[in-house]
Design a protein around this ligand. Structure first.
Ligand SMILES: *Cc1c(COP(=O)(O)O)cnc(C)c1O
Length: 383
């Protein structure tokens, strides 16, 4: 357990975002909550129970380890879908436990069929179609083969979905590529239907697509970043707001990242502070030592640039971010005590450090900053 820092997860902010998503998707589109990357850094063990309590019942993860975490955190009423990595031997576990998974090649379907036959239970699979991202995805020329395989083994497989993923729906620069992908997906779907395969759910949309390309919502949308209170990009936020009646951001950040003052020191004029000579004290100053560093995901590029909140005031980072510590300037903040709360991301008094403002300095997008927050920082759910 790490005691120098903790993360707070706001239940009311999460529920605000889930209500927004529910409205965005409407009654015809199911919501799959994407919680890969430890629920984008928020902690699977917190997010799953909170969301189930809200009524969410479908979770998408990247691999079998993540699926197991959801399995353990869940009340047992939810569907889990693995979108990516799955070792052949993990496929048996998935089938046994009704965990659904995406298949993007014939090999995985064959392996699934073998295990399904062995344990006499249907594999629940989603076929991912290659439509232009050129990452995972079944080549469309292989559709007839996979159809035959499925038709010949109907007792061992259930086609839960046919899906694809867009190569950058969050930027208008990719408009034609996305549109081409939509077309390719529709033609693949038709091909599958012609050979008698009708998926339970057609699903292609991520957060950006659900906002920017409403037709892609279909039967289910796989939504990640919106849940955590962020638009995928500023562009998508502007696009959303320009179509809405207000210009107020409907999403709320659910994460607050905090630490504490660990030490204080007075610096004489003319001294360098911290490693090397990147910070020179032009005058006498007071600094506070905060036990947070790049080993806890606090980017080294915030050296001499980032800021934190102490006593409701901004305190600038002095010198380089160390592995486990930063030094901040508290010269103009009165009465700072050891143990005082330090906010790295979030509100304190009248000021706020947003994830975006924080990552502007480092060129890390929200996605990367959040998921890099180490798993062992304690997460605490607050109202
Ligand atoms: C991560 C992911 C999503 C969710 O993306 P967001 O932009 O966070 O909504 C959807 N589909 C797939 C395949 C993903 O990997």
């Amino acid at each position: 357990m790490e005691h120098s820092t903790h993360i707070e997860i706001s239940k009311s902010a999460l529920y605000n975002n889930l209500s927004f998503i529910k409205k965005l998707l409407g009654s015809k589109t199911a919501f799959s909550s994407v919680i890969k990357g430890n629920a984008y850094g928020h902690g699977v063990e917190n997010i799953v129970p909170l969301e189930e309590e809200f009524g969410v019942s479908h979770f998408s993860v990247f691999n079998a380890d993540e699926a197991l975490k959801v399995f353990q955190a869940s009340n047992g009423s939810s569907t889990i879908m693995i979108m990516g990595m799955l070792l052949p031997e993990q496929i048996e576990w998935a089938i046994e436990n009704d965990v659904e998974f995406v298949a993007f090649d014939i090999g995985r379907v064959k392996t699934a069929l073998q295990y399904a036959e062995k344990i006499k239970k249907k594999a629940k699979i989603h076929i991912e179609i290659e439509t232009g991202m050129n990452r995972t995805g079944l080549e469309r020329k292989n559709i007839p083969r996979i159809c035959k395989l499925i038709q010949d083994n109907k007792n061992y497989v259930e086609i839960k979905g046919v899906c694809t993923h867009f190569a950058g729906a969050e930027s208008i620069a990719n408009y034609y590529r996305v549109k081409k992908q939509e077309k390719a997906y529709q033609s693949a779907l038709k091909k599958m239907e012609e050979c008698g395969i009708v998926p339970e759910k057609r699903h292609v949309a991520c957060s950006a697509a659900a906002i920017k390309y409403p037709k892609t919502k279909m039967d289910m949308a796989r939504i990640g970043i919106l849940q955590y209170g962020f638009f995928p990009t500023r562009e998508i936020m502007i696009s959303y707001l320009s179509h809405s009646k207000t210009n107020i951001n409907p999403l709320k950040r659910i994460i607050t990242w905090k630490s504490k003052v660990m030490g204080k020191k007075s610096i004489k004029q003319g001294e360098f502070v911290g490693y090397g000579n990147s910070f020179f004290a032009n005058s006498t100053m007071e600094i506070a030592i905060v036990p947070i560093g790049y080993s806890q995901g606090y980017s080294r590029s915030l050296s001499n640039q980032g800021r934190v909140l102490i006593g409701g005031h901004f305190a600038h980072i002095v010198g380089v971010v160390n592995m486990s510590m930063i030094l901040v300037d508290i010269t103009n903040i009165a009465n700072v005590q050891l143990g005082d709360e330090v906010v790295l991301i979030g509100k304190q008094g009248e000021h706020e450090i947003s994830v975006a403002s924080f990552s502007d300095f480092t060129n890390q997008v929200n996605y990367e900053l959040l998921t890099r927050l180490p798993v062992d920082i304690p997460r605490i759910v607050t109202e």
